[in-house]
Design a protein around this ligand. Sequence first.
Ligand code: NAP
Length: 538
Amino acid sequence: MTTMIDVLVIGAGFAGLRALHGCREMGLSTSVVEAGDGIGGVWYYNQYPGARCDVESFDYSYRFSPELEQEWRWSERYATQPEILKYINHVADRFDLRRDVYLNTRVVRAEYDDGAMRWIVDCEDGRQWNAGRLILAMGQLSAPKQTTYPGQETFAGRIIYSAQWPKDKIDFTGKRVAIIGTGSSGVQMTPVIARQAAQLTVFQRTANYSIPAANAPVSDAEDRMVKTDYRARREAARNSPSGLGFVPDPRSAIDVSAEEREAAYSAAWNRLGFGFALTFRDILLNQQSNDTASDFIRRRIAEQVEDPVIRDLLTPRDFPFGTRRPSVDSGYFATFNRPNVKLVDISTAPITAFTPDGIQTRDAEYPFDIIIYATGFDAFTGSLLKPDIIGRDGVQLRDKWSAGPISFLGLAVQSFPNMFIIVGPGSPSLLSNVLLSSEEQIDWLTALFEHCRQNAIGEVEASAEAEQDWVEHVNARAQETLYVKTPSYYMGAEMPGKPQVFMPYSGGVRGYRRILEKTAASGYEGFTLNKRAVQGVP
Ligand code: NAP
C-alpha cells in the first residue's frame, strides 16, 4: 500500500513531532514514521535510572506555543527523563499529533524519483510512502554502539544497554552491578544505582570533566517569573552562543586577575551547570584560558573524592575541558567515597572478556549479576546512514558521506533534492540546546516550503558550490576552536573506521540563525529552486 503525502518525517522525537506540527499548520498533509513503539526519541529509549536533561527545563521545551509554555509546570530545574517523556506525550495529545504518527514503522529505504520530484519511502513492514518532501529527524544520538566483548553470551547474569533500557523495572537491591562507560549516561546513573545496589563497579577508560547540576525544585515564584516574560527568556536563549541563555564574559579568561577568574568560575560552578564552559568567551578557543578552567575543575573533583588513588584516576588530564562533551552530574564524584562503590581503570588493564560470572580484565576477574553498557552512540551520522537513502542518479547518502558528512547548512545535501535534515551534522546540533536548534530549523524550513508553494517551486536542492563552501566554513570555524585537538564523538572518533572530521557547526546558534536568515532573504541563495510545477508537489 502506498500513501501519497506532502511531507514525510522520519523520527517521532522532539524534532519530528515539531516538524509534524509545523507542516500541518501550513496545511500540508504530513506523516511521521517511527521505528520504536513510543514517541519521544532518545527520551523514550534512555530510561536508565538518573537520566535527566542537562539543559534547564524552561529552555529544553518547545517555544512554538505560548499557551503550552504557560500551561506546563516543570517540577525541577533539570527535568528527569520520566518528566520529559510526560511532557512530550502531553504535547502530542494537546496538539492532536498522534493521529499522524506511525509507530513500529522502520524506514529501510528512501529513493528520490527524479521525474516526479518525490521520495518513495519503504518501511520494514512493507508499507510505502510517496512524499513531496522528506524530513530526517532521526536524532544525533539514536544509534547506540552495540559494544560486545568475547564471551559475552556466556555471562549468566543480565546485560543491559543504557540507550535501550528495558521496560521492566530493574531492581538493583542486593545485586552486584557493573557500569562500563563514564560519559554522561554512566555519570548520571552511577550515584542512583550506587544507592540501591549491594556493590557497584564502574569501568572507566577515560576520566571525564563533570560539573554539578545544581538541580533544585522549581518554586512557584520562579515559575511565575519565567512565565511572566517567557519571550524574553526565549530571545536570550536564541541570542546566546549555544542556546542556553548564557552569554560569556567577553574578556579572555587570562585577561582577568586570578582572584576575579576564581570568583567567576566559583559562581558558574554552583549555578550554571553546562554553562560553566561559557564563563569566559575563549575557554574553548584558547589553550591557556582552557587550562585555567580545566585546572579549576580538577581542584573541585579533588575536593569531592577522599581516596587519593581513586581521585587521581577520576581526574581528567589528557584533553582540554569541553573538547569531549562534559557531563553535568548530581553527586557523581562523591559516590566513589561509598564503601559499596569501586572504580576500575580499564585504560591500563582493559576488559579482555566476559565470563559466566562477570568481567575479566587483564589483571583481575570481577563477579556481577548485572552489567550495564553505557558506551554511547554512533553519533551524528549513525541513524542517518542506517537506511538506504538514494538520491538523484542512484547516489547513496552512505557513499556521498564516505569521507564525512557533506551538506549545505547541515540541512540539505546536493543530489538529494527535497530532503532536509534536522539538527544533523553541519549544524549547531549537539553543540547547542538541540531543542532550540531544531525549532529554529523547522521554522526556517516551513518558511521555505511556503516560499515554494507561493512560487510554484517543486524541487529544492543544495548546489554543489554552496555545499562545498559550507563544508569549508564548518571546518574553518572548527579549526578556530580547541575541539579539533581531541578525539571525541564530535570528531567521529567514537567508532572505529568512522571518518575523522568535525561534525557539528561551532559558529553558535545565533551566528547560524543569521546565516539561515540571510539565505532566506537572498531568495535561498545556495539552493537550486526548480520551478517545474508537478501535480502533487506542495
Ligand atoms: P559517551 O559520552 O560517548 O560515553 C561513552 C563512554 O563509554 C565513555 O566513557 C567511553 O570511553 C566508554 N566506552 C565506549 N566504548 C567502550 C568500550 N568498548 N569499552 C569500554 N568503554 C567504552 O556516551 P553517553 O554517556 O551515552 O553520552 C552520549 C551523549 O549523550 C552525551 O555526550 C550527551 O550529549 C548525551 N546525553 C545527554 C544526557 C543529558 O542531557 N543529560 C544524558 C546522557 C547522554 P572513552 O571516553 O574512552 O571512549
